[in-house]
Each structure stands twice: as structure tokens, then as C-alpha cells.
Design a protein around this ligand. Structure first.
Ligand SMILES: [Zn+2]
Length: 455
């Protein structure tokens, strides 16, 4: 028997999964309220009486996947013809002119679609990096908070920023850059209004200049000071391409990481998207500082950006998480598929023995959680949040698989059958609860067409 909603005190046993990533939970987990209260060993039963149980004998049980970097609005410009087959900088300058016309309605529907897509891939915590603000789009993060709350998704939303436009030698069009006082004031407003602190937080707010060269040095420093004063996290893109390294050297006379450090950003409050072009010395410094890296394998392959040195970073002590990145450079938002990409790409740089399927699952759960500064998600230990992803192996692609956990990556799992967030089922029978997905896709596609036509 299973119910969509658990009452607060009922103990629910997710019983005898087909397989589980955590050997200590081979007999399943017990959920009470928003948390996991017990891991059940193989062949055992829970230590205390249970109120309900869910038969997971056909499911592979994982901690909910955690996505560390995305740009939800980019779902409106997937496979956009003028941007196809380009490297990062020309790709960016082509798309900025389209994104500059984004409005609140388009952003809201894009966020809803991206969150639903992530949820269906087994993702329970979504992160978004939104940095396009203009006259027609001011309350972007407010709309994203509403959407995350409606879907019951845990979200790390970042208040992005751009203050150096084309008139000042930057990449974005002038009308999507903002005054620096506006950016800081709005950052303070969003933190005080939405940022939840402590265990079980459903909405967190972080501060996130688009890149160190799309805002001024003063704003980079002021953002780090504000994050420190408010005790929130810092996020940005860094070391994505060689072009960027040359650009930083020309502009600041420094490599990207030296510039980041000079702005007061090199610490364990920060997590960085991509982090590809670091030398050995920089990797050592990142590890020492505990700065996290959101590894985005598909995006890095699509834009031909390079291979992130994930193992060296992890060995040095830097948390390594996984991310789908924005949907104009991936172009899907499927974190289960991204695990497979990370494994395949990792094996181009390292040996198969060094990049096991279980290493990738660790990045997508515990590693990603660490990037977001959290230890209450990303695992199945008692006391952690009841964020779970359950996959069935009932498609032809899985038939004949011996190791059910490895099959998720090797055969290419892409749709979870059940997803639980904070003790509530949000996906049942591979459908998002209380969501008309067909209608959402129709609204989303219409919004996308409207955006393309505005150029
Ligand atoms: Zn990105």
C-alpha cells in the first residue's frame, strides 16, 4: 500500500529494493516526516513498527540526485539554429540578443518545464543560475521560488548579475546589464525574503555574477562581502574555455582563478560551474580552499570546451558535483543521462577503474550536495532528508542487466518511476503529481516561439 502524502508521524518503509546504492540500506529505508530514520539491512525488517510500506522490489533505490548548475530559461532556446555548432563566446553573443527579450511569463514557464524535466530524471534538488534581468524581467527569482514551491522541489536559486555590457567591452547587450546598486539591493531583498537556513531548507538563495568578467571588480568584491555578511553561498562560471583564460589575462593581467582569489572568492562558500582549465597549482589551491566544482560533461562536449580534471580536483579536496548546465548547451535537463555522460567522458581522460559508475553516482548525490554546502541531502543515512529516486528497469535497454545499479548508467536510465522529496512523493508512475505535462509543454513551446520571433 502506498499513499502520495505521508502523515507526519507515520513510519513508511521503502521495502526490499531490487538494488540500492548504499549497501547498508539493501533492505530499504524507513521514512518518517521529512527524514530518513532508518536504513534496513539486507533481509531484515525495521527495528520499530511501521505504519505503511512501499514495495520497491522492482526498483533501484538512490538518494535523490542533486543538480548544481542550470539556466532554466535556456530551455526556450534548445537547438536554436543560429547558435548551432559554435564555441562558447560566439555561441553566447548570438544567444544574448535572443535572451535579452525574455519576460517573466517566459521565465516562469521555462523554469516549470526544466524543474519537471529534472524531477522526472530522479533529481530532487535543482539549482539555477539566472542572470538575465531587464526592463521586462525583474522578478525572475520570485517566479522561480513560486514554481519550486508549487512542484515541491528543493531549489538552490542563485541571483545572477551582469553589469558590464557591450558599451564597456563586455559580451552582453547593454539593456540586460544592471546598475550595481540595483543588483546588490535586489540580492539583499531576495535573501531576506526567501533564503531558508539550516537542515531541511527547501529554498536557498545564493549570489552569482554570470562570470567574473561580466561584472566589475568592485561588484565581484561587494558580492563576496555580502555573501559573507548574509552567510549565503557564491556561484559563478569559471575556467570553461581557453578563450576565457586569454580574455581574463588581457582584461586583468591575471588567470581566471587568480582574479577570483583577488576578489575574495576562493573559499568553501563558493562553487564554480565547469572548472576545466586549471593547472596543477590552481587545483591544489581549490582543494585547500574547499571550493566546489559543478562538472557539466554534456555542455562541455557540445561546446567543445574541454575535459574537467575531476579526479585531481576531488583528490585535492574540492567537492565535485554534477550538473546538466543550461539547455542551450546540453540541450536536455536529464540528470540521470548526465551521469552516463560523466562516466563516458571521465573514461576518455582516466581509466575505467578510476571512474566507476559508483563514483559518478557519488558526484551526482553527495558531491553535488557538498557543492551546495549541504550534508542533509545526497545520502540515505538516518537523519538525512527523505529525498529519494527510484528507477525501474522495465525497458528493453535494461533487459539482461546483471548489476542493477551499474545498469542505470551503462544502459542509460533516463526516467525515474518514483521520486520523493522531504518525505512526499512528487513523481508516481513516472508522472509528476498534480501537473498536466502536455499542457505545460504546449505553453512552453508557444513561449519559446514568441522569444525566437522577437529577434
Ligand atoms: Zn552555465
Amino acid at each position: 500500500m502506498s499513499h502520495a502524502y505521508q502523515s507526519h508521524n507515520t513510519r513508511l518503509w521503502i521495502r526490499h529494493p531490487l538494488a540500492c546504492t548504499d549497501p547498508a540500506a539493501a533492505g530499504g529505508v524507513v521514512v518518517q516526516g521529512t527524514r530518513i530514520v532508518e536504513r534496513v539491512a539486507a533481509g531484515c525488517t525495521p527495528s520499530e513498527p511501521i505504519g505503511q510500506s512501499f514495495d520497491a522490489s522492482r526498483h533501484v533505490l538512490l538518494p535523490g540526485l542533486v543538480n548544481t548548475h542550470h539556466h532554466f530559461y535556456q530551455t526556450l532556446t534548445r537547438a536554436y539554429t543560429p547558435a548551432l555548432n559554435k564555441e562558447l563566446f560566439p555561441w553566447l553573443t548570438t544567444l544574448y540578443d535572443v535572451w535579452a527579450n525574455l519576460d517573466e511569463e517566459q521565465l516562469a514557464v521555462a523554469s516549470e518545464l526544466a524543474m519537471a524535466e529534472l524531477l522526472l530524471s530522479g533529481c530532487t534538488t535543482v539549482a539555477d543560475h539566472h542572470y538575465v534581468f531587464s526592463g521586462s524581467l525583474v522578478e525572475a527569482i520570485d517566479r522561480q521560488v513560486e514554481t519550486a514551491q508549487r512542484l515541491g522541489v528543493r531549489a538552490a536559486l542563485t541571483r545572477g548579475s551582469m553589469s558590464v555590457g557591450r558599451d564597456d567591452g563586455g559580451l552582453p547587450p547593454q539593456h540586460v546589464v544592471q546598475e550595481e546598486t540595483t543588483i546588490l539591493d535586489d540580492s539583499r531583498r531576495l535573501i531576506s525574503r526567501y533564503h531558508q537556513r539550516g537542515e531541511g531548507a527547501m529554498i536557498t538563495v545564493a549570489l552569482a555574477p554570470c562570470s567574473p568578467f561580466s561584472v566589475s571588480r568592485e561588484l565581484m568584491k561587494a558580492t563576496a562581502e555580502l555573501a559573507e555578511a548574509e552567510d549565503v553561498r557564491l556561484h559563478t562560471h569559471l575556467a570553461e574555455t581557453e578563450d576565457e583564460t586569454h580574455y581574463c589575462q588581457r582584461l586583468f593581467g591575471l588567470r581566471p582563478l587568480d582574479y577570483l582569489a583577488e576578489c575574495g572568492w576562493l573559499g568553501n562558500r563558493t562553487w564554480l560551474a565547469h572548472g576545466i582549465h586549471f593547472n596543477d597549482e590552481e587545483i591544489r589551491r581549490l582543494g585547500e580552499a574547499g571550493t566546489g566544482i559543478a562538472h557539466c560533461p554534456s555542455s562541455n562536449m557540445v561546446l567543445g570546451s574541454g575535459l574537467c580534471r575531476t579526479l585531481e580536483l576531488e583528490r585535492a579536496g574540492a567537492p565535485v558535483g554534477l550538473a546538466v548546465d543550461g539547455s542551450a548547451s546540453n540541450d536536455h535537463s536529464n540528470l540521470a543521462e548526465e551521469m552516463r555522460q560523466a562516466m563516458l567522458l571521465g573514461r576518455l581522460r582516466y581509466s575505467p577503474a578510476q571512474v566507476g559508475h559508483d563514483d559518478i553516482i557519488r558526484w551526482a548525490t553527495q558531491g553535488s550536495a557538498r557543492c551546495l554546502g549541504r550534508d542533509d541531502i545526497g545520502g540515505l543515512a538516518p537523519g538525512q532528508q527523505a529525498d529519494l529516486a527510484l528507477f525501474k528497469l522495465d525497458e528493453p535497454r535494461f533487459s539482461g542487466a546483471e548489476n542493477a545499479v551499474a545498469a542505470l548508467l551503462l544502459c542509460g536510465a533516463h526516467r525515474a518511476d518514483r521520486v520523493m522529496i522531504a518525505g512526499q512523493w512528487r513523481v508516481i508512475d513516472a508522472e509528476v503529481r498534480n501537473l498536466d505535462l502536455e499542457a505545460l509543454m504546449a505553453r512552453h513551446h508557444a513561449a519559446a516561439q514568441r522569444l525566437w520571433r522577437a529577434v
